[in-house]
Design a protein around this ligand. Sequence first.
Ligand code: FAD
Length: 467
Amino acid sequence: MTAVAGRPVVVIGGGLAGIAAAVKLADAGCRAVVFESRKALGGRAGSFLDPRDGRLIDNCQHVVLGCCTNLIDLYDRLGVLEKIGWHDTLYFTDGRGEVDTLRASWLPAPFHLVPSFLKMGLLSRPQRRHVLRAMWRIIRLGTAGRLRWREQTFGEFLNHCRQPQEVIRKFWNVIVTSACNLGVERVSAAAALKVFQEGFLGNRFSYRMGLATVPLAALYEPARGLVEDAGGEVHLGTPVRAIAFDGTRVTGVITSDERIDAAAIICAVPFDRLDTLVGSAMRHADARLRLPGRLEVSPILGVHLLFDQPVMSLPHLVLAGGDVQWLFNKGMVGDRQYVHAVISAADEWMGLDHNQIVERVMHDVHRALPESVGLQPAEARCIKERRATFAATPDAVASRPPVSPVHAGASAIENLYLAGDYCDTGWPATMEGAVRSGYAAAAAITGEGGLVQDIPPGIAARWLGLR
Ligand SMILES: Cc1cc2nc3c(=O)[nH]c(=O)nc-3n(C[C@H](O)[C@H](O)[C@H](O)COP(=O)(O)OP(=O)(O)OC[C@H]3O[C@@H](n4cnc5c(N)ncnc54)[C@H](O)[C@@H]3O)c2cc1C
């Protein structure tokens, strides 16, 4: 479908999927009308005003990796790429008082991280050998081999590779839980294998970690201008109440104030909001709308801590084998140091109250940051995101709907496109996955553009099977 003259393309949802779709539509000269129920763009990857003190708080630290080529492209289009600070060294501790570093050496991929990995004191020499043996299997599996594991969990893969429990706890589980928001016992092996194959092994650049140096909300502000310059509109604080459907095609959207006709609709709301917009007739007509009903959610807990004195000098720290997976140094707020603790796959934390959470988090903070021992935070703010992402189990991965009706088989509404991190992009529920879905939806409508190429695997990595 290339011609959308006259009526606009309506984008429902102004998270990263909706922003990406609208920006790509604008780039193709197509009029996009975006409806976002909140007062700001960014969705789960945005910021919000804390009603308690009016401070702008990021909805958790959001990490971008070098392999997130589409997200980086979006930042570039928005003119905010220089607001991402890149880190070539990843810091790990298991609370022994020492910090291990992971950083690329001069060796080609997939060996670039091996020299620093061999120095990691948090694993004993035999434990490191176990990891390297499993990594070798992961390399040799290639992409085709990865797909053969799609019905099993990564825990099953690790058992197949005879990984000891302690190695799983201190190494595999920490990385996988952070990347996929699900522990090794439940996460799809294909999803976790992708993280290692493409994030750490394929080339020298993918593992680099980017952190916003401004509040997350500031990254998305330019999107509005780009959409409006192409004749489009962005309506904030305007939830769509329903999608109009004539039995064959979607014809527009209904808000509390008006009905807007649409040539096509990109529905970029989270999967668990879809049912509020589509009725049974639409679900009957489009098999894609039935699939998200099979997905479960996985929570993330973010704990914002302010200390009266400096406690952390590194930019970030991964806690191996702890309850908290990451600590981020968010700099100084006045004369207080701001540290952000992140716990992914945080199911067991959801029932805890504020004091219980802070006590448990501080136990890990004291282990990881010697300067904090004996101190308590002057302020603490716990943010539970119960519905942070879908849970990437093997069943869920098979239930992710395609973005475009063309890829949905016979039963699909031809001018309805889905976008969101739950769509079948092959990526975990991440900002990159969301942007890919938005780009793919816009490209399917305009016939222009498409996805940005992945960073190709290095020659040695390709030769060994990583392609
Ligand atoms: C705590 C937390 C930490 C995370 N950390 C990372 C990380 O470090 N790195 C990473 O890559 N990813 C991370 N993620 C995942 C990432 O935030 C998401 O994958 C991504 O932002 C999803 O974007 P989306 O556009 O698909 O959905 P959303 O961001 O949920 O956007 C959907 C939008 O639709 C709007 N909406 C809903 N219903 C309606 C309606 N009826 N009408 C109009 N608008 C509507 C919502 O308000 C929302 O803005 C994290 C997520 C959470 C929750």
